[in-house]
Ligand binder design. Sequence first.
Ligand SMILES: O=C([O-])C(=O)C[C@H](O)[C@@H](O)C(=O)[O-]
Ligand SMILES: [Mg+2]
Length: 423
Amino acid sequence: MNGERMIIRQVHVTPVAFRDPPLLNAAGVHEPWALRTIVEVVTDEGLSGLGETYGDLHHLAKVRDCANAVVGLDVHALNEMYARIAATVGGTVTDLHGLTGAATKEKSIDRVFSPFEVACLDIRGKAAGVPVSDLLGGKVRDAVPYSAYLFYKWAGHPGEEPDRFGAALDEAGIVQQAKLLIDEYGFASIKLKGGVYPPDQEISAIRALHDAFPGVPLRLDPNAAWSVATSIRVGRELEGTLQYLEDPTPGIDGMGEVAAAVPMPLATNMCVVTPEHFPPAMAARSIGVLLLDHHYWGGLVRSSQVAAMCDAFGLSMSMHSNSHLGISLAAMTHLAAATPNLTFACDTHTPWQDGQDVVKPGALRFENGAVPVPTAPGLGVELDRDALSTMNEQYKKCGITARDDTSYMQRFTPSFTATRPRW
Ligand SMILES: O=C([O-])C(=O)C[C@H](O)[C@@H](O)C(=O)[O-]
Ligand SMILES: [Mg+2]
């Protein structure tokens, strides 16, 4: 195949749904089904590559439009692909849950481009006989550490049997959940999703985790549920317990005020989510840690460029996650492995998917809280077509077309509002 073009002949776009537990956050609560879109790019040589992205209907429609726009391109022509996708995407798409920051036109393009780019890198890795991490500069670590991602949660979805994780509605429940995830996965860092209960309850939960897991790095992420004053108070009270505090308050300026007054670095996946946010955030000294996410930073190569920007500005790095499947986990692992300055354990929702996947088992596993970087060519994962078709049927039947944690919460607590800041 050396020197030959690899022309995209077909793109298959398949929305899928999988069971998701009732995880609580500042926006509300996760619905019983999480949505994703699986993108499979097929070349004239018969090679195929995989990408995974959000499943919300507005986004899915744009991905479908762009699938037609990329047919005929060479899998190396990513600049041309980006231009075609930019021309096709049209208006901005906003997340209903608002947990990944402001939507901009550029971010919408990056979000749509990402699964196509990942699929092309998968193909290029397969054609060259090398893993995707080699295409990103080569791995600097053999396994990528992830953190135990704790959520306050109900025992089960209303009207259903409790799930195997059980309830976590107070600090004892949170510590028990941490033990379960650490026993099963071996995680060596812990993140608590906050913004659910009044801040003093979440301070108590962090202190309980600190006592139960001495020396284990902890993070708290209330998704901008607190005012500047509350964030400063909480940050000061948690001195000595947190590795970083993630998105305590909305906006670049608010984060800058908090950052100047608390002892720990602030991290974000909300106030710096597209390149145009970098200059004002650096001027306001809003953050010390950027959570990379190739799903909205425009794929793996553009994410590497963001990492270089973080290096230049002296920012540390971690990685953000939404509910996802194995194609995303593989892509995240290759990217993190090939990003030298991504030194904090990454977020993943994998435990909450509890074995459901569209990729065949075996290629991805957790060892001591870390995923060994796949060494097979490309992403190193193989599509399970039966699972894909089952999950596509689930998508058609589940009745959900866009993630909306707030409306789901309001079914059970009509007075709930997702106002940020709330406290
Ligand atoms: O770090 C974050 O902000 C997230 O992971 C956002 C997610 O949407 C998370 O809050 C969730 O799944 O509820
Ligand atoms: Mg966050």
